[in-house]
Design a protein around this ligand. Structure first.
Ligand SMILES: Nc1ncnc2c1ncn2[C@@H]1O[C@H](COP(=O)(O)OP(=O)(O)OP(=O)(O)O)[C@@H](O)[C@H]1O
Ligand SMILES: [Mg+2]
Length: 467
């Protein structure tokens, strides 16, 4: 979000700047704000009516919005107008694959590669090859570039005589595998500091999953639910992804917005399917980031989906229809108070992990990560970290943004690179207001006045308030 704000500010100064517009459009797409993205790309076309980037992006947006035939027409047009623009051929290949046209997809892909720009998309190629029937099962997942832009299809587009794997019994697992179960390339070593959170995760997630039999002997299940909660921008998503790298079990990451947005009227079915997939693959971890989406800002959701989807979620967690042995449901939220208390009953999210603002070593690590690859002079992360008490990861990014903007102004005047200095960063640290305090104000009220079954005890401990 900070990126979007920065880009908007920059565009206010030069509204016709094509590279900036492109960056903003893409940032909106990353945030899945499709309407806003579309406006930006339309604006690009006003400035530059032949812009192939904008036209390709619009085709992708149309496809995401379910208007696939229009999307195909558009992309054909881009390929005709700008035949040397490789990304358009890649997208066209993806579309062809979606339509079950593996051979055409291959052709378009080859075309993109032949253009000479170093352009390859091994994931797409793999899927084309699979769909072509020579390697692996002839099923495909309709997905563009591993991001949220995935569209799931129920019927198998290759379900005909030519399919050498006809009758292949996986029931769509390959689809789900590609869509949700890609292993993030991260582990605890990539998360700075936060030792107590890591230890909590070891005790509540890793050991139970690794010693399922032992736990069973004591009448405890390795599955169940664990909820990570804490102020925004403090590493919940990051540490969850790192957990995937620490664990041998299958890690299935589900964006709820993805389910809510993409599968109108089919959310419950889809959710059930994902849980079934996790059960078949046990031991497994099902990760729902921003799980409060199920309850918070209902205006975001199709109202009719709300309650039924929540009920579906709860009954899946209870495992009323099937056994959830070895399926661990991991949720993350920065607004736990929006969660229906039904979520917190035994057997559901009954173990909690509080993710506090990054401690000093974590802040130093975040500083190091943010400075990486940027022109920064004589950086002392440890000293800076001391000045960043109560700052979230996102706040630290804001500090860097400020300092970088200052150097950039200097650099433009001087016509050469002017490195960011420790002093500028320290100044940024004084200007940016740490956002976590505000969260603690709300959390404190809940902790003091709505602390059912000690839910917020860790918050109280963190604030030094005795129970
Ligand atoms: N311990 C850490 N080590 C390295 N980087 C961190 C750490 N904690 C946070 N960050 C950085 O801070 C940023 C925000 O973290 P993240 O997105 O995981 O927060 P979050 O708690 O999931 O926030 P939200 O509640 O808004 O979803 C990330 O870009 C991440 O790189
Ligand atoms: Mg997050």
């Amino acid at each position: 979000m900070a990126e979007i704000e920065t880009l908007k500010q920059a565009l206010a100064v030069s509204p016709d700047n094509i590279p900036l517009l492109l960056m903003l459009g893409k940032a909106y797409m990353d945030e899945f704000q499709l309407g806003e993205a579309r406006e930006v790309f339309d604006r690009m076309l006003v400035v530059d009516p032949m812009n192939a980037d904008a036209k390709t992006a619009i085709a992708k947006l149309l496809d995401l919005g379910g208007r696939s035939s229009e999307a195909i027409l558009r992309i054909e047009q881009v390929c005709a107008e700008s035949p040397e623009f490789a990304p358009a051929w890649i997208l066209r290949a993806t579309f062809a694959l979606n339509e079950g046209e593996a051979k055409l997809a291959r052709e378009y892909y080859e075309k993109a590669v032949s253009i000479g720009v170093v352009y390859s998309d091994s994931e797409l190629l793999k899927r084309i090859e699979q769909a072509g029937g020579s390697k692996g099962p002839s099923r495909t997942t309709i997905q563009s570039s591993g991001d949220q832009a995935s569209v799931y299809m129920d019927q198998d587009p290759f379900d005909d005589e030519e399919d050498p794997f006809d009758g292949f019994e996986s029931g769509g697992d390959d689809d789900l595998e590609l869509e949700f179960a890609s292993k993030p390339n991260s582990d605890f070593s990539k998360v700075g500091g936060m030792e107590s959170v890591k230890e909590d995760i070891r005790m509540k997630i890793l050991y139970p999953m690794e010693n399922a039999e032992l736990f069973k002997a004591y009448g405890k299940s390795a599955g169940g639910g664990v909820l990570l909660y804490g102020p925004p921008g403090c590493g919940k998503t990051m540490i969850s992804r790192a957990t995937a790298g620490e664990i041998d079990a299958k890690f299935i990451s589900v964006g709820l917005h993805q389910i809510l947005d993409m599968f109108i009227g089919k959310s419950e079915e889809k959710l059930h399917e994902i849980f079934e997939f996790a059960r078949r693959n046990a031991p497994s971890v099902l990760f729902f980031d921003e799980v409060d989406a199920l309850a918070a800002d209902r205006k975001d959701m199709r109202t009719s989906a709300g309650r039924t989807l929540i009920n579906q979620f709860l009954s899946e967690m209870d495992g009323t229809e099937a056994h959830n042995d070895g399926v661990l449901v991991l949720g993350a939220t920065n607004a736990p108070w929006h969660l229906d208390s039904a979520f917190l009953r035994p057997g559901r999210f009954d173990r909690l992990i509080f993710v506090p603002p990054p401690d000093e070593p974590a802040r130093a690590e975040i500083v190091r990560i943010m400075a990486d690859g940027k022109p920064v002079d004589k950086l002392d992360p440890a000293a800076l970290a001391k000045k960043l008490k109560d700052f979230s990861g996102a706040d630290i990014k804001a500090v860097f943004d400020q300092a970088i903007e200052a150097s950039l102004t200097e650099a433009m005047k001087a016509g050469k690179i002017v490195p960011v200095t420790q002093k500028q960063l320290a100044k940024g640290a004084r200007q940016v207001k740490p956002s976590t305090r505000k969260w603690f104000e709300s959390a404190k009220n809940y902790a003091l006045y709505a602390n059912q079954s000690g839910f917020y005890d860790d918050v109280l401990t963190y604030l030094g308030i005795s129970k």
